[in-house]
Write a protein that binds this ligand. Structure first.
Ligand code: PEP
Ligand code: MG
Length: 764
């Protein structure tokens, strides 16, 4: 059964649309299981009925007409039980229902498997046979496997609106324009899509147009020539190693590139106005699709040759494309499959209105940067047809995590109104810049900022923050093409220290690894978040660590507002080794090289569960502690902070996290050590209330959130927050904590600060 399964998966992947997927499945499953019938029933989310949506073996006219609720028929039985039903003699079963329009009285045995996605039964896959027999275990396993495959495809079709075209064609009002993602930085962004693609990925090439047809043709010609040269020289190199027959493959490649083959089709598309890259990828993808569907094994294998050739030519095209061709409109919505800091660095900051990434989640670094810069951001938009959006009108709703493609003028007006209200709130908040950050009872809560990019400086200074609680040094490292030298680093750090002086600036040593790979220092691991990251990398490369600490200390000469923070600490040995290296640098600089520098305070991040339980031992060795709730949440709950599939399980209000936070603050307090929080929870106004209630007196956050947090804290007394936090950390689950917190903060003046303003149509 493995071969038919492999073929089905291959064909489904190559299918042009959802309807074709359904047809492939019923056709292939019927053939592979040699049954008389195979059908798919899909759930109509409105009527909650399962609709016959594709069949081989029932009358084709019955598609779309036969429907069942979970109370009706054997299909309903499979759906309600959410498990397979295998019957030798279906007609004698009490749930058997007869539908004359299907002509199904010819069948006797029945096997139905539910199609389940994220615990919901989206459909039922059924096979039936005339002959009376019980399907065996391997057949049942086969059908369940195909159903599991189908589940993901149906969920995708539901998100893109393709499903509704099948289950309720009369309700379809054209292609769906709203795509869900994960709300990652609040705000509304309205503008035009600029799609950023990953190199040499055929499926990542945006459909882009160009006015310069001769230029595009010339680029294509040059890329073809270069590829032909590559292929010829590869053939030469392999003479004597490969057989004459195997070498012939290279001639096939060369022929494919000729004008009467792929080359000709591409030229035709370029002449229609597509860029060379876009035309090439469209043609190649279509050919891959055609080959993958062929019956002959030999021809199917050719699909991978076309794919390989496609990548080679694309690589040359991407190398010859002049970077200045890239035009960023005044209102750019930056969209990409896996956006990262370097993509952002290329766009003039004042032109970015929104950020959308297909991969990643609320706590990915792209999201954190989006929040730091105050740009509405949606991550994890896995269903977005992103490669096709170039130049389209887009609304990014960073509050709800929605992306609206080509909205109607009415919807756009509604969002523009929400945007306007947000600007009013932002202006109101800005006016509170100089108010002290104290609670209603007068207790001071230090509000600091997290920084990293140069562009966030203006926003940070505008907030009147009391210091920098986290300067992520890896961000300037991302923006280079190699490790910056000690002197280059010194200048970058000096800028930061000077801008915020005399306020303290907490510089974290390089925290790469996990989801933060430097382009010039790739780390490839099965499980990167449990791998070589943060302090583990820099202790293994003391030359990197020493250069960085030297640069930081030299930068602080005469300013002396530097604090050094160590990331990803999971053992005391790591702290001791790092402290020894820091002490060595200090001695070298002050004793041997004559710098006049005060010894900076050194702290560690508490972001790994092991560190939580060693808070006391850690606190004894350092000057301060800073809790990284982003990683602490992911490690405590075993939920990847970047994975949209488990994003709903990543919960900053989880009682386990609240208990850990309480433990840390108590332990640090017992030793009189300063402890702050620099994870994203601190910048969430409701999270800040909880943290203040748990005993934290310093919170560091994205500048975009600071004034909002201050305004909320100013309206509550410490006693209120303490009682609330004590009560909530005893609740059994995160949903109850959030709910109760919202209830408790439902009061005039506070509510407006917790939720963004909503206009008519904002949730469209
Ligand atoms: C954290 O983990 O909470 C943190 C502040 O560090 P980062 O988000 O950079 O991993
Ligand atoms: Mg961290």
């Amino acid at each position: 059964m493995l071969e038919p399964l492999r073929r089905i998966v291959q064909e489904v992947n190559a299918a042009p649309d959802f309807r074709a997927v359904l047809e492939i499945i019923v056709e292939r499953v019927k053939a592979a299981m040699s049954t008389g019938m195979c059908s798919i029933y899909l759930l109509d989310p409105v009527s909650k009925r399962y609709i016959l949506s594709a069949t081989r073996g029932l009358l084709p006219e019955s598609v779309g007409k036969v429907t069942m609720s979970t109370e009706e028929g054997l299909v309903g039985l499979v759906a309600s039980r959410a498990e397979p039903v295998n019957l030798e003699h279906a007609e004698t079963h009490p749930r058997f229902a007869y539908f004359p329009e299907t002509g199904e009285e010819r069948f006797s045995s029945f096997l139905g498997a539910p199609i389940i996605h994220q615990r919901e039964v989206l459909g039922v896959l059924v096979v039936q046979q005339q002959e009376r027999r019980r399907f065996d275990e391997s057949e049942e396993a086969f059908l369940i496997t195909v159903s599991a495959q189908l589940a993901g495809v149906i969920a995708h079709a539901e998100a893109t609106g393709e499903l509704v075209r099948i289950t309720a064609p009369e309700a379809d009002t054209g292609p769906s324009a709203v795509y869900p993602g994960i709300a990652s930085a609040p705000g509304i962004g309205i503008g035009h899509a600029v799609v950023v693609s990953s190199p040499a990925d055929l499926y990542a090439v945006p459909k882009r147009r160009s006015d310069d047809i001769p230029g595009e043709l010339e680029q294509f010609r040059r890329a073809l020539e270069k590829t032909q040269q590559d292929v010829r020289s590869a053939k030469n190199d392999l003479k004597g190693i490969l057989s004459a027959e195997e070498l012939e493959m290279f001639d096939v490649y060369l022929r494919m590139l000729e004008d009467h083959s792929l080359g000709g089709e591409v030229i035709a598309l370029i002449n229609q106005g597509f860029t060379a890259q876009s035309a090439w990828s469209q043609v190649v993808i279509e050919h891959i699709r055609t080959f993958s569907r062929m019956d002959s094994e030999y021809l199917r294998e050719r699909a991978s040759d076309v794919r390989d050739l496609g990548r080679r030519v694309l690589e040359h095209l991407q190398q010859t494309t002049r970077p200045e061709q890239r035009v960023y409109p005044q209102n750019t919505i930056l969209i990409g499959e896996d956006l990262a800091a370097p993509h952002l660095a290329e766009v003039p900051f004042e032109r970015i209105r929104g950020i959308v990434s297909v991969r990643g989640s609320h706590n990915s670094h792209m999201a954190i940067i989006g929040r730091a810069m105050g740009i509405p951001t949606v991550m994890g938009a896995i269903d977005l047809p992103w490669a096709e959006l170039e130049g389209q009108r887009i609304i990014v709703d960073g509050h709800l995590g929605h992306i609206l493609v080509d909205p109607s003028p009415e919807v756009e007006r509604a969002f523009a109104e929400v945007f306007r209200q947000e600007q009013i709130l932002a202006a109101d908040l800005l006016a509170t810049r100089d108010e002290p950050s104290i609670t209603a009872c007068g207790a001071e809560i230090g509000l600091w900022v997290n920084t990293g990019l140069r562009v966030d400086t203006k926003l940070s200074l505008e907030t009147g923050a009391a210091g920098v609680g986290l300067y992520r040094t890896e961000i300037p490292f991302f923006l280079q093409e190699r490790f910056p030298s000690e002197e280059e680093q010194r200048q970058i750090y000096r800028d930061q220290l000077q801008i915020y002086a005399p306020c303290p600036v907490t510089m974290r040593t390089l925290d790469i690894g996990g989801d933060k790979a430097l382009p010039y220092f790739p780390i490839s691991e099965e499980n990167p978040f449990l791998g070589w990251r943060g302090i583990r990398v820099t202790l293994d490369h003391p030359e990197i660590f020493l250069a960085q600490v030297r640069a930081m200390m030299r930068a602080s000469e005469d300013i002396d507002n530097l604090r050094i923070l160590l990331p990803m600490i999971s053992s005391i040995e790591e702290v001791d080794s790092a402290l020894a290296l820091i002490a060595r640098v200090y001695t070298e600089l002050t004793v041997e090289e004559g710098y006049r520098i005060e010894m900076p305070k050194v702290g560690v991040m508490i972001e790994v569960p092991a560190a939580v339980y060693q808070t006391r031992d850690l606190a004894q060795r350092v000057d301060f502690l800073s809790v990284g709730t982003n990683d602490l949440t992911q490690y405590l709950l075993a939920v990847d902070r970047n994975n949209p599939r488990v994003a709903a399980l990543y919960h900053g209000y989880h009682p386990a996290l609240l208990k850990a936070l309480r433990h840390i603050v108590a332990e640090a307090g017992a030793l009189g050590r300063e402890v702050s929080v620099c994870g994203e929870l601190a910048g969430d106004p409701m999270g800040a209330v909880l943290l203040a209630g748990l005993g934290y007196r310093t919170l560091s956050m994205s500048a975009a959130n600071l004034l909002r947090v201050k305004a909320v804290l100013r309206q509550l007394t410490l006693a209120e927050m303490t009682t609330l936090a004590a009560r909530l950390s005893e609740l059994p689950d995160a949903t109850s904590v959030k709910h109760e917190l919202q209830q408790a903060l439902q009061r005039p003046g506070v509510e407006r600060l917790l939720h963004a303003p909503r206009g008519r149509g904002a949730a469209a």
